[in-house]
Structures are given as C-alpha cells and as structure tokens.
Design a protein around this ligand. Structure first.
Ligand code: SF4
Length: 160
C-alpha cells in the first residue's frame, strides 16, 4: 500500500443484515485487527466520511436512507459493500422486501465477499478503498487546482 496522505473516515451503515457482518466489521476496529493503524476512524457523521461501508441488502425502506447518506458525503468518496448480502442480496435475495445488493442504489467500488465476511477480508477491502480514495483525492485536488488557475487566467485576461 502506498503511503497514506489522509486518514480516511468510515461511515458504517447496516442495511438489512443479520448482524453477522456488522459484528465482523466492528471486530476490525478492536485491537486484535486494529484497522486504526491505517488511520481509519469510524464516524457516524456522513459529512465527515470518506468511505461508505455497508452491510446487508437493500430494501424499500432503507434505499432512500442509503441514497441520502451517500449524497451527504463530500467528494471524493468510496463505497464498500461488505458481505454477500451487501454484494448481491445474499440469502435474503428472494425475499419480498429485498431489492438486491448495495449496487441497486449506489455505485459500489469494492465488493467484500463472505457470509459472514471475515475481518481480514474486510480490512483488505478497506485497504483497497483507501488506495482508491487517495487516487480520487489526487484527481480532485488537481481538478480544483486547474479550475482555480483557469479562473485566475480569465480574471487576469479581462483586466486588460
Ligand atoms: S452475508 Fe451472511 S453474515 Fe453477512 S449479513 Fe448476510 S447473512 Fe448475515
């Protein structure tokens, strides 16, 4: 993994999981797996979050909530689906109330398989998410720099 320039904050949302993947996700934050060594902090505030980690499938009730949380997160952002339910709907896929995996409502970047997903697999997914977040952050910074430069050039040109 490349050197981390920022500490990514993770927003965890439980869609309609059995809680198995949530317990494994929380285990990642304990000293045993210690996800904080990558600078990862679990936040409950979408306005501060960089990585959106979801467990469980999407249903009619949580779909608008998930979309709203995603919209509230600042750009750039990365979405991680943890566990088979979040990836595809899993064992609940045929239930009357399940629409499917997270990608039925959001653009998912990283899929972490498993039922339940193992902490090692979740951390592996988060490390990939950090790499992607760094790349998107660099692209975003470059875009902002170019836009500032263009605005400055236009302002300078119009003063003549
Ligand atoms: S993937 Fe398995 S452990 Fe995870 S939420 Fe679904 S049923 Fe539960």
């Amino acid at each position: 993994m490349a050197k981390i320039k920022r500490s990514p904050w993770v927003l965890h949302y439980d869609g309609s999981s059995c809680n198995g993947c949530d317990i494994e996700t929380l285990a990642c934050l304990t000293p045993v797996y210690d996800a904080e060594r990558f600078g990862i902090i679990n936040t409950g505030d979408p306005l501060q979050a960089d990585i959106f980690l979801l467990t469980g499938g999407i249903n009619g009730q949580n779909a608008p909530v998930v979309k709203q949380l995603y919209e509230q997160m600042p750009r750039p952002k990365v979405v991680v689906a943890v566990g088979t339910c979040a990836c595809t709907g899993g064992i609940f896929k045929e239930c009357y109330n399940i629409l499917g995996g997270v990608d039925t409502v959001l653009p998912v970047d990283i899929y972490v398989p498993g039922c339940a997903a193992r902490p090692q697999a979740i951390i592996d997914g988060l490390v990939k998410a950090i790499d992607l977040f760094e790349k998107r952050s660099d692209e975003h910074d470059e875009l902002v720099r170019r836009q500032k430069h263009e605005r400055g050039t236009k302002a300078h040109g119009s003063s003549h």
